[in-house]
Structures are given as C-alpha cells and as structure tokens.
Ligand binder design. Structure first.
Ligand code: PEP
Ligand code: MG
Length: 877
C-alpha cells in the first residue's frame, strides 16, 4: 500500500484529482509541481493513514518506512539533511483535509530545529538572529500545538522580554534576546509537561504528525464540520514540506492573495503581504499587512513571477484561487493554492464573469453558487433612507448589515442566541475557538486584523456581516464594555455594523432586503434553462404573489385560504361562522365572507396572469380562530358587574359554552381540513363559488384561468369523493348561472400517512397531488407541529436526529412516504401532476430529493423561490 506521496518538480507522484486521498492542499501542491510552478518539495501522508491512526492509535510499520524513505528523498532533492548540524533540513507539518477548513486544524513550522541544528542554521545562513527567531517560534508552536501548552504562557514571557529590553516589536529583539527566549521556552515546556523538549527531529516529526491527525477531532474542527456538513469519516492528510523563509530579512516576505476580489468578485489581483515575516504573522492578523499592489514597486521581479503564476493557476483550475506564497531572499515559492472562499456576491459575479470570459460554461456556472449563497444575497442591507452616524470604520470584511446587542465572548453569543437574542460579537481578534459564537451572532466586529484575518475569512464563508480591524475601538474586558470616540458601549447595548462599508453605528438602524437583479437574474435564467422541475410559491395575498412573481415563481402551489381570514375586518365573520349553532346562521356568516374571498381570488389570479393557481379550501386549526375562553369569561364577568341585560348575558354565556365545547386537546389533529368541510359543507361551497365566480369574471375580461381546487387533510378516498361530488355540483351551477364555461381541476393534499399509502385509490379521484410535508412530518413522526420545540433542540444537539425534520425533509421516513405516494398515484393516473408545498419545498436538499423522486414542481415561500430555482437546476446537474 502506498501511504506517502512525494511532490517536488521532477519527482511528483500525486495530482489534483486525488483530493480524497491527499487532501485539498496535498493534491494541489502536487498539481502545482506538475505545472512547473516552484513549490518547496515535500510529501503528503494520506487520509487513509489518518483513519488507521485514529482507529488504532498507531501506524502500520509500512507507513513509518515510507515516511523515512520520503525524508531521505527530500534530503536528496534539497541537498540538506534532517537533524544535521551543518546544513539542517527544516520542515513544516500541516493538515489538509479534502475540503479546506481554515485554521481549524494544526500546523507546525520550523520542525527539525534543536540546540544543535539551530547553530547549523545560523552558520549556514550567516544570520544568527534569524536562526534563533525561527527556534523560538518553533518552540512556541510545538509547545502549543503538539504539547498542548497554552499559547498565552509563551506570549507573556515574550512580552516581558520585550518590556525588559524596551522593545516594542518582535523584530526589535536581537539574537541574544531570542537565544534567552529559547531557553525560557524550553523551561516552560519542562515545567508544563514534566519532560524535556524533544531534541530528536524524528521524534519531533512523529509527534507533530500525531498532533495533526488528532486535531481532526478537536472541538473546533468538529464544530466546523457540523456547520459545513463535512463528514467525520474523511480524515485529514498531513503535508510535510521543506521550509522556505519569509523572515530572512528585507528581501524576504510572505503573503496570501486571491486571483479575484473575494468580497466583490471584481477581476483584480487582491491580497496582502508582509516583508520579513512568516505566514502565521499574516494569517493571525497581528501585524498589519501591506496591500499586494505595493509588492510591484518593492520587488518587481518577484511580483511579475507571482502575476504569471496566479494567472496560470486560474486558467488551469478555472476558478478563483486563494494562494499563499513566500519570497526567500528574492526567490518566489508557492505554498498553497485552493479554490478561494468568497462572499455570495463575489460567487455570483465570478460565475457570470467566467462564462463571459469563456472559462466555464453556463451549467458549471450554475454549480458555482450555492442556494445558501443566494439566500445570503437576499439578506439585509442598511436602508438608504435611514439616518445614522458612523462612529468608526474598519475593513469591510464580509458584506451585509446586522443589528444586535454587543457581546464580548463566543460563549455569551451562543447563550444569548439560544434565547433568540440578536447579538454582535465584538472581539479584539477572533480565533478558531470562536467559531460557535460567530455562527450564533448576527455579525462580527474585530479591533485587529486584515481582510484575510481569521474573522474575515470565516465570516465570509458563513455569509455573516463582519467589520474587521476597527482600530479605534478599545475593548475593556474587565468592564464588559468598549469605547470609541469617548463613548462607552456596554455589553447588551445595540449596535449596527455594515460589513460592506466597514461602518460601526451605535444603536439600531433600519435594514432592507434586496431583490433579484443583474447577475442574479442572469444566473437564475441559466438555472431555469437547466432545471426540469417547476417552482411555484405559497402565497395568500396579491402582494405576496407579486413578490413571488418578481422572484420568478411560475404559479401558486398553495394558497392557504384560512390566512385570508386573518384580517381584523374578517375575524368576526369567521368566528360567527365557526361558532354557528345551525346551518342558517353559518350560511349568513358565509354570505359576508363570500365577496371578500372573491375579491382576494381576483387579485391573486390577476397577479399570476394565467400561471396555475392552487387554492386550498379552508383548513383552519380551530384554536387559531376561536376566541379564548378567558377573554369571554372576563367579558361575561364585566357585563354582569355592569348589570347588562339578561339577554346579552345569556348570549355571551352561550358563546362561552360553545367555545368550551369546541376546545380540542390536539388541535393540529382536530376538526380541521376536509373534516370541517365534510361536516359543514356550506363552507367549501361558499369558497368554490367564490373561486369560480372570480375566474368567470376574469374570463369575461379575456383572462384564462384554470383554478386548481385543493382539498386538505384527506386520509381516506371517501373523504375526497364525497367532497368532490358536492363541489363539482356547485362549480357547475355557478358556471351555468354566469353562462361561462371554465376548465378547473380538483385535487388533494397528501399530508397524512394513510393518504400516501393509499394514493392509488385517491388518484382515481384527484387530478393532482400536493404533498403537505408539514403535516406529513407531524403525523409520520407523531411530533406535534405546535410543541415539538420542547425536545427537538435536545434531539439535534445530542445527535438523536440529524436535523429538524420540519426544516429539512426526513428523506428516509417521511420522504419514503412521499415516494410511495408518487408511485401509487401514478400507477392509477399516470399523468397526475405532483408537487410539494410544505416548508421543505424551499429547502435545497429537500428540493434535490424531490427532483430525484419525480416531483413535477416545488412550492415555497416567495423569498425562497430563487433558492428553489437554483437547487432544482443543481439537482439536474
Ligand atoms: C403542510 O401540511 O405541509 C401544508 C403545506 O399545509 P399547512 O402547513 O397549511 O398545514
Ligand atoms: Mg397541512
């Protein structure tokens, strides 16, 4: 078995397509070497080894042999020797999973240094200061990452050293000071671990490889995987690479760059670098880096080479790349290239631009933007009408605006978010430990760090607004407050941040949500060319219907007529109808509702301009409409106290009795849906009359409507056949009255397990099906839609369920019922039209599942229409 793959210009064994085995970083290092791009040589230990190690706690002998052989090869290629006192080979040891998990796992640099090799390094480079600077860095990293000693322990010794020598910057420390530091750091290691720092480079290497493998299962990596749906079974590879130095003086440096602007997507080389520094200085955001454009003036030759390489890489990978480079005494090396993380806006712009540049085709472009990113694009910005004062400006690190209460720790952010508080996480700088808090916050503000600092990169990936490097803010952790321009802001006070402009604003500012335009329109049009499934919307008002049309909805898949009864002007008539003791009273109440319903339908039909409109007949969970017992009882008491007439008191008393008699223990399983329509047929009769009258009136005006009348909550075919018979009679008589001939359809929701299981029988009566996966989830799991919140969060936190089944369709259980329903339905009515209108209709994974099992369309809330359009296209590709 091959466990170790060498890379370095002539000897490269891996390639780009081997990401599963070599991890993203390893595969791309090999690919760059294959392209003749200068990368420091090294080797990759495969993800298989990680899995073996994590399972058994040890490696097969073969692995050790292959690593030793690779070291020998590396010595040959570099002309240096591992552990040598004359010309020592120094290496970096880094993680590299299949997809990049920035900063989540461990890295060790300068490995191979010890009390002897540091002298060799010093002699060889003629730079004693550099050698000891590298040594003290290595001791810190090894101590922190491999030996698990708090970083702070090393930092505080470093700070006191600087203070005692009157130095402000690390670079002010001379060789002697760094030498002393190395001794002090070794003492920390001895004190903290009870052992001496391991001087043997092979032992160092073994320990570092173990540490990287173990870091696959550290808490922040686990959290990151959970948030990004990365399977734990993947494991990480380890990349061992010969060191090149960006900290060898003023002709050395290191930087990170993107081949296009990762915030806006603009086609411009974008990045930052630091002279005389090592990579971690840039990434950690401790020193403020220079923009890449100044490198052109500082080191024109290196810049020209870098420019040629980045263009080559983008051409080769046909996507925006995030690259890491080091210049060692004027010579350029590439340390990494990977697909660059980008904001939603940048993803969209880059996808559309690359099609126009001929780099990718439209189908590829459609896969380059995720439905979640589309969701983000529809997220809020500051209302242009709003008045506010910007008190400080940092870097616009991740776009979008957010409002929330200030918190200063990740834990606090998570706690507050649990109780539905919106928070802004304010930190001096973020570290990977903060990831849970960043996820919980609406937005992030940091005092230090550049556009490629941890906070910036992670926030962009999450689509969270982030303002980074807001230097005029001073945090006082002891007082839980920060100050800016002499103003003190306490924990819990509101602030607004705008990650598109870098602004910090005190208080709450009005936000607005943008619509679909420009590039989004273009990309969604390409998605429409690809997708095969229709996308409709759930809308109950002309306004919502219009919003959905603007987002590209091709009809209404669910118009919940009970929602039309929510308005203040209607509730009294609706209550009268529900509480009516006999048919006459009910009919009188329905008479009042008829014209209102008809107007609603006309409005919706007009907006939908001939697109199909599915109108669901009344399905009111009664408790949402009934007046509350306590309110009536109170009223009764006050009437009695006021000495109201006996007739009036009697009337209210009766209402109270009626309300009490109608109270249900499980209203979501109660007298709703077709059960109500069957027991009080006059309700559905009124609704069908309103629908047909509305359609006839529009037809007279030249608009052709084919209403789809939908009966809810069917469990037995008889419920449908008897309801349908009545309704068809009403429809026919209305048409006769109006002298108008219309096409219309009668179909049903499949939202109870029995309906799915007997869908063959139901399809004989139904002309279309719409899966109501909200109720189907409720009744398949036996979880009440109303109160599953009492235990579902616990279930998810403890992995009893992978996710909330009311948000993401449970494909295995509820999805299986949908599949059965489709198969059975088509067995008796092959051309039956089938859609889904539960909340899952706008959830990307569920949309893809729906396509795979043969749905004709999905229907979702207006704002999710663009997401569904894209997800439906991606399902095909
Ligand atoms: C459903 O049950 O999935 C559905 C769409 O209907 P409602 O949410 O109105 O019960
Ligand atoms: Mg339902």
């Amino acid at each position: 078995n091959k466990f170790v793959y060498f890379f370095g210009n002539e000897e490269t064994e891996g390639k780009n397509s081997m990401k599963d085995l070599l991890g993203g970083k390893g595969a791309n290092l090999a690919e760059m070497a294959n392209l003749g791009i200068p990368v420091p040589p090294g080797f990759t230990i495969t993800t298989d080894v990680c899995l073996l190690y994590l399972e058994k706690g040890a490696y097969p002998e073969e692995v050790i042999d292959q690593i030793n052989n690779a070291i020998i090869k590396l010595e040959g290629v570099t002309g240096k020797k591992f552990g040598d006192t004359e010309n020592p080979l120094l290496i970096s040891v880094r993680s590299g999973a299949r997809v990049s998990m920035p900063g989540m796992m461990d890295t060790v640099l300068n490995l191979g240094l010890n009390d002897d090799t540091v002298i060799g390094l010093s002699k060889k480079t003629g730079n004693e200061r550099f050698a000891y600077d590298s040594y003290r860095r290595f001791l810190t990293m090894f101590g922190d990452v491999v030996l698990d000693i708090e970083h702070e322990k090393f930092e505080s010794v470093l700070s006191s050293k600087k203070k005692s020598l009157g130095a402000t910057m690390d670079t002010d420390l001379n060789a002697d000071a760094l030498k002393e530091l190395a001794e002090e750091f070794k003492a920390i290691i001895r004190k903290e671990t009870g052992n001496d720092f391991p001087q043997d480079p092979r032992e160092q290497l073994q320990m570092a490889i173990d540490a990287v493998f173990n870091s696959w299962n550290n808490q922040r990596a686990i959290t990151y995987r959970r948030l990004n749906n990365i399977p734990g079974e993947w494991g990480t590879a380890v990349n061992v690479q010969s060191m090149v130095y960006g900290n060898m003086g003023e002709t050395s440096g290191t930087g990170v760059a993107f081949t296009r602007d990762p915030a806006t997507g603009d086609k411009r080389f974008f990045g930052e670098y630091l002279m005389n520094a090592q990579g971690e200085d840039v990434v950690a955001g401790i020193r403020t880096p220079e923009p890449i454009s100044t490198l052109r003036d500082n080191m024109p030759e290196a810049y020209a080479r870098l420019e040629a390489i980045y263009m080559n890489l983008e051409d080769h990978f046909r996507d925006m790349q995030d690259i890491e480079f080091t210049i060692e005494e004027g010579k350029l090396f590439m340390l990494q290239t990977r697909t660059g993380k980008r904001t939603a806006a940048a993803a969209l712009k880059i996808a559309v631009d690359m099609v126009n540049e001929g780099l990718i085709d439209k189908r590829t472009a459609v896969t380059r933007v995720s439905p979640e990113q589309i969701d983000r694009l529809l997220h809020p910005t500051i209302d242009s009408q709003a008045e506010y004062e910007v008190v400080a400006t940092g870097l616009p690190a991740s776009p979008g605006a957010a409002v929330g209460k200030v918190v200063f720790t990740a834990e606090h952010a998570e706690e507050m978010a649990k109780s539905n508080e919106k928070v802004i996480l304010v930190r001096t700088e973020t570290s990977p430990e903060d990831i849970g808090g960043m996820d919980a916050a609406q937005g992030i503000l940091t005092v230090r760090g550049g556009m490629t600092s941890h906070a910036a990169v992670v926030a962009r990936g999450m689509g969270k607004p982030c303002v980074a490097g807001c230097g005029s803010v001073t945090i006082d952790m002891a007082c839980s407050s920060f100050s800016v321009c002499d103003i003190t802001i306490n924990e819990g006070d509101y602030v607004t941040i705008d990650g598109s402009t870098g602004s910090l604003i005190l208080g709450e500012v009005e936000l607005v949500t943008p619509g679909v335009s420009g590039e989004l329109d273009t990309l969604l049009a390409w998605a429409d060319e690809v997708r095969e499934m229709g996308v409709r919307t759930n809308a109950d008002t002309p306004h919502d219907a219009q919003v959905a049309r603007d987002f590209g909805a091709e009809g209404i898949g669910l118009c919940r007529t009970e929602h039309m009864f929510f308005g203040d002007d209607r509730i009294p008539a609706v209550r009268e109808m529900i509480l009516a003791e006999d048919t006459e009273i009910r009919k009188a109440a329905l008479e009042k509702l008829l014209p209102m319903q008809k107007e609603d339908f006309i409005g919706i039909f007009k907006v939908m301009e001939g697109f199909p409109v599915t109108i669901r007949l009344l399905d009111p969970p009664l408790h949402e409409f009934l007046p509350k017992h306590d309110e009536i009882a109170e009223k009764l008491a006050s009437l009695e106290a006021e000495g109201a007439s006996t007739a009036e008191i009697e009337r209210i008393h009766k209402i109270l009795e009626r309300v009490d008699s109608m109270e249900e223990t499980n209203p979501m399983l109660g007298h709703r849906g077709c059960r109500l329509g069957i027991t009080y047929p006059e309700i559905y009769e009124m609704q069908v009359r309103a629908i047909i009258e509305a359609a006839c009136e529009l037809k007279a005006g030249g608009m052709d409507i084919v209403p789809e009348i939908m009966i809810p909550l069917i469990s037995h075919v008889n419920e449908l056949s008897s309801t349908k018979k009545d309704l068809v009679a009403v429809a026919e008589s209305v048409m006769a009255e109006k002298g108008c001939k219309l096409e219309y359809m009668v179909g049903t929701m499949i939202e109870l397990p029995r309906a799915a299981l007997t869908a063959d029988k139901i399809a004989k009566e139904a002309e279309f099906f719409s899966f109501g996966t909200n109720d189907l989830t409720q009744t398949t799991f036996g979880f009440s839609r109303d109160d599953a919140g009492k235990f579902l969060p616990f279930y998810i936190e403890n992995s009893i369920l992978p996710s909330d089944p009311f948000a993401i369709l449970d494909q295995e259980g509820v999805g299986e019922l949908v599949k059965i329903g489709i198969e059975k339905g088509r067995s008796t009515r092959p051309d039956i039209k089938i859609g889904i209108c539960g909340e899952h209709g706008g959830e990307p994974n569920s949309v893809k599942f729906g396509y795979n099992i043969g749905l004709n369309y999905v229907s979702c809330s207006p704002f999710r229409v663009p997401i569904a359009r894209l997800a439906a296209a991606q399902a095909v590709i």
